[in-house]
Design a protein around this ligand. Structure first.
Ligand SMILES: Cc1cc2nc3c(=O)[nH]c(=O)nc-3n(C[C@H](O)[C@H](O)[C@H](O)COP(=O)(O)OP(=O)(O)OC[C@H]3O[C@@H](n4cnc5c(N)ncnc54)[C@H](O)[C@@H]3O)c2cc1C
Length: 447
């Protein structure tokens, strides 16, 4: 830990203040503290790292064994950030924290415990060991920039006027829920914090922080989120009620999704598709959500390994052994789940050649896209701090909104305009950029 430096009033001057204690902020703090910097994290929520708990369905797909730039929105920036050794650097970072990793399909890395809380725990333990101060329930309401390399930033923080009072609850989740309720109604006051360098690590909702720090900001839109869509069907006699997606809510299928615009396939994904009343979710749909536009068509192929002719033949031979379909959903038992079978039956209504039509539907179940769902459901946001404002070699901000140059200001993680496919790539960006920002901020090398 660095030796405390103080203002004339006796206030601590931190070497590095990190705004946001999520994945990238914690990686930045640990890296800077390991390099000898006196660090503090300013976290808006009631605890740091809470977002990590929801990742990977509670298992945290922490990174990927192969961080190919093609998975990222800006490939050149991903190349610049990851260099040749990012996979190893990220694994080393967690190994040093005591976290053992395990690899699953497509290079996806998870904590060996398959529990996201293990990831959060080792990060928080390290912060505690390294003497990183974590100020929770705090946001920055004003930032007076550092005017010389030897100077420091004066940050005005908005904090609760008194310690929060709330019931502890039955478990950790209840405690957090109660604490958040208390925070929402708490009276607030201001305090000042001084830091030579500041790292912005506020995640995908960075507009207000960019305003405080006078940074350029690109409007944030949710990506990697469920797709709002409806079944696209001209099936004669099939009522809208029968075709409503709510009948499929909760059903998971394996299949291949093709995203079509003006009749041409522009992207495809294979994997699990989860039906929801408003549309589709699951990893395949999340990945496609990065590329959709309202009005696009998504086709679901439930049997991608079978050709159309083979599928028709299979259905005809099924009809000859178990009898014809006659609009009975149970005819599809053993082939597709019952809710999907009911949908197929509604769409097959009055079909002249039901077997050929069913084969077509099983290969080309079409959905008309309305757009992505709201921010709250997004795994990641596109937009934020434009990469043109940042030197990716250091994660240092090179210009304020008005074109002048800040001193000692850095940014990392989702606050930067970067997003990637599912598969551990987004957290990999958060860890790699956090580590770089932390290291460079600790040394004072910004631009
Ligand atoms: C449900 C879900 C599942 C996901 N699963 C995966 C996965 O398995 N693998 C993967 O690679 N990616 C996953 N992601 C994406 C991944 O979580 C993000 O890429 C990553 O968390 C970004 O890290 P970050 O530090 O930039 O932002 P965050 O983790 O969002 O952290 C930002 C922190 O800053 C705090 N903050 C915000 N504003 C302020 C402010 N003004 N002042 C102070 N503090 C502030 C927030 O409270 C938060 O703690 C998932 C995302 C979600 C939502």
């Amino acid at each position: 830990m660095g030796v405390d430096k103080r203002t004339k009033n006796g206030d601590v001057i931190y070497d590095v203040a990190i705004i946001g204690g999520g994945a990238s902020g914690l990686a930045a703090a640990i890296t800077a503290a390991r390099a000898g910097a006196r660090c503090c994290i300013v976290e808006a929520d009631v605890e740091a790292g809470l977002g990590i708990l929801a990742t990977g369905n509670g298992r945290c797909n922490i990174s990927n064994a192969r961080l190919a730039p093609r998975h990222f929105l800006h490939e050149d920036a991903a190349r610049a950030m990851f260099g040749a050794h990012a996979e190893r650097d990220i694994a080393d970072f967690f190994e040093r924290l005591g976290l053992m990793l395990a690899e699953e399909g497509e290079g996806r890395l998870y904590p060996v415990t398959r529990r996201a809380e293990s990831v959060r725990d080792v990060l928080l333990n390290a912060c505690s060991r390294l003497g990183v101060d974590i100020l929770t329930c705090a946001t920055v309401s004003h930032a007076a920039p550092c005017t010389s390399p030897s100077g420091y930033w004066d940050l005005t923080l908005s904090v609760p006027a008194a310690a929060l009072s709330f019931k502890q609850g039955r478990d950790a989740k209840a405690r957090v829920r109660n604490a958040r309720k208390a925070l929402a109604v708490a009276e607030r006051t201001e305090r000042t914090l001084h830091a030579r360098r500041v790292i912005i690590a506020v995640g995908g909702r960075s507009a207000s922080t960019c305003e405080v720090f006078r940074l350029a900001h690109l409007n944030e839109i949710p990506v990697l989120c469920p797709i709002a869509c409806e079944i696209d069907s001209n099936a004669p006699g099939a009522t809208r009620h029968a075709l409503a997606l709510e009948h499929l809510d909760g059903l998971r299928v394996e299949g291949a999704l093709s995203l079509m615009r003006e009749g041409a396939v522009i992207a495809s994904e294979a994997g699990e598709v989860l039906f929801r009343p408003y549309g589709i979710s699951g990893i395949a749909a999340l990945n496609l959500s990065r590329r959709i536009e309202p009005g696009d068509i998504i086709e679901l192929d439930l049997f991608p390994s079978l050709g159309q002719a083979d599928m028709t033949e299979l259905l005809r031979s099924r009809a000859s052994s178990i009898g014809s379909c006659c609009g009975d959903a149970s005819w599809f038992d053993g082939l597709v789940a019952r809710p999907l079978a009911s949908l197929l039956c509604a769409m097959l209504n009055d079909s002249a050649d039901p077997m050929a039509h069913a084969a077509t539907l099983l290969h080309h179940l079409r959905f008309r896209v309305h757009g992505t769902t709201e921010h709250a459901q997004a795994h990641i946001h596109r937009g934020g701090i434009p990469l043109s404002s940042v030197n990716l070699e250091t994660c240092g901000i090179v210009s304020f909104h008005d074109g002048t140059s800040p001193s000692g200001l850095f940014a990392c993680g989702e606050a930067l305009d970067m997003d990637a496919d599912c598969g551990g790539y987004n957290l990999a960006w958060a860890w790699a950029s956090g580590m770089r920002a932390g290291l460079c901020a600790s040394k004072g090398t910004s631009c």
